[in-house]
Design a protein around this ligand. Structure first.
Ligand SMILES: [Zn+2]
Ligand SMILES: [Zn+2]
Length: 142
């Protein structure tokens, strides 16, 4: 089924997918690269990046267009909502049922066939909020 020259790529892809699905942190490509490198020391950032793009194009993973400077990736492709910390840019999932009513409402108001919607909440995460000594309040997370 798989052609021989694709086999290696497929294995890399599988490991990238494994690592991404292990975490709930919605890592950036750089962070995924750091995780994958522990298992495949020879892999390059470019390869990781390319595979992430291919997998998100195929719908195996989700690319998040949330605020912040770097793209983040999500191993969960089912529609779910996110909340982002405006201080440290951390992205977390919200266990909230997607509201499909807004899809049909949006469809009624436009001539589009609405497929899905995205919703991003913004807030301050416990780590940034709870410190009281302003330790978490820095503009650059890294
Ligand atoms: Zn935060
Ligand atoms: Zn998510």
């Amino acid at each position: 089924m798989f052609e021989a020259q694709n086999l290696r790529l497929t294995k890399q892809r599988q490991i990238i997918l494994d690592e991404l699905r292990k975490v709930i942190s919605h890592p950036t490509a750089d962070e995924i690269y750091q995780m994958v490198r522990k298992r495949m020391p020879k892999i390059s950032l470019g390869t990781v990046y390319r595979n992430l793009e291919i997998m998100s194009d195929c719908g195996i993973i989700q690319k998040l267009d949330v605020g912040g400077t770097q793209k983040r990736f999500d191993g969960t492709v089912e529609n779910h909502y996110h909340i982002r910390c405006v201080e440290c840019n951390k992205v977390a999932d919200i266990e909230m049922k997607p509201n499909h009513k807004v899809d049909s409402e949006a469809q009624k108001m436009t001539s589009f066939e609405v497929l899905r919607h995205r919703l991003e909440f913004m807030g301050i995460c416990p780590g940034c909020k709870g410190t009281g000594n302003n330790k978490g309040r820095k503009n650059k997370a890294s």
